[in-house]
Ligand binder design. Structure first.
Ligand SMILES: CC(C)(COP(=O)(O)OP(=O)(O)OC[C@H]1O[C@@H](n2cnc3c(N)ncnc32)[C@H](O)[C@@H]1OP(=O)(O)O)[C@@H](O)C(=O)NCCC(=O)NCCS
Length: 234
């Protein structure tokens, strides 16, 4: 089973204070990383991503995740060197912070659905994806753009490659069973899940191996604060 946790930020100003108090329980290197993010909203989303991930790992595995050290791959993908059996990935956009945890490699992406210039698709999408996209009109085309975008990005994030890899080197295929990837050897080994989130957001997940059940859970900041306050006392 793949566990996907998402949290919707309410009031940035008020909640930032709650997050500031929670970061006190996180390891020193996390503080150092967060301090380098000068934009307060980005710093808040990033801190919440770290805290949400610890919450997710603790709920799924029972590990006390508050003090776990995070390591980084060559292109910045975070992972737990001390627990290589636990795979996770984080994404944030606008009001959402999302995190997926599983026992297989994965990547996740969330994006706010907004007006786009479809020239971007000509630049980044494969020929087949562009044909599928342009066959749609209006809101359907805009929404499908973000479906494709988030799926492609989540695959890149699963590989941990970021933009060091060409986005048109693989293709998202949609059929009656859902989505799959083709075009290169590793893509075929990944399964895809995609859904919209309230407030006009799209979220997609690519994970290694055959299709698994996706357990989607929405959390509130209150639940996270409660778990970590409890964890501190153990
Ligand atoms: C990290 C990257 C892969 C995604 O960045 P993004 O979409 O801006 O950000 P997201 O919110 O989805 O993900 C950020 C999180 O992913 C994780 N991350 C960082 N580097 C990563 C990597 N190489 N692989 C996987 N995950 C990574 C981190 O947890 C990061 O959180 P942090 O910023 O709080 O530390 C980045 O390389 C990037 O620039 N993406 C390209 C965007 C683009 O043009 N996409 C076109 C899609 S069609």
């Amino acid at each position: 089973m793949i566990n996907v946790f998402h949290i919707r930020i309410g009031d940035f100003g008020l909640e930032a204070n709650a997050i500031e108090s929670l970061t006190g329980i996180l390891p020193g290197p996390v503080h150092e990383r967060l301090e380098k993010i000068s934009n307060p909203a980005n710093r808040y989303r990033s801190a919440l991503g770290d805290i949400l991930t610890r919450f997710a790992i603790q709920s799924v595995t029972g590990l006390n995740a508050g003090k776990l050290a995070v390591d980084y791959g060559p292109n910045g993908k975070p992972f737990l060197g001390s627990h290589p059996e636990i795979h996770y990935n984080i994404s944030h956009s606008g009001e959402y912070v999302v995190c997926a945890v599983a026992d297989v490699n994965l990547g996740i992406d969330v994006e706010r659905i907004r007006d786009v210039n479809f020239r971007v698709a000509e630049r980044y999408f494969s020929k087949a994806e562009l044909t599928d996209l342009m066959a749609l009109e209006g809101d359907k085309r805009r929404d499908y753009f973000f479906t494709l975008w988030t799926i492609k990005e989540s695959y890149l994030k699963a590989l941990g490659r970021g933009l060091t890899k060409s986005l048109s080197s693989f293709t998202v295929i949609r059929d009656e069973k859902g989505f799959s990837l083709s075009g290169e050897h590793s893509a075929a080994g990944y399964s895809v899940f995609s859904c919209s989130l309230p407030g006009s957001y799209m979220m997609s997940l690519c994970y290694n191996g055959i299709e698994q059940e996706i357990n989607l859970k929405e959390l509130s900041l209150f639940e996270i604060v409660r778990l970590f306050s409890g964890a501190e006392n153990h």
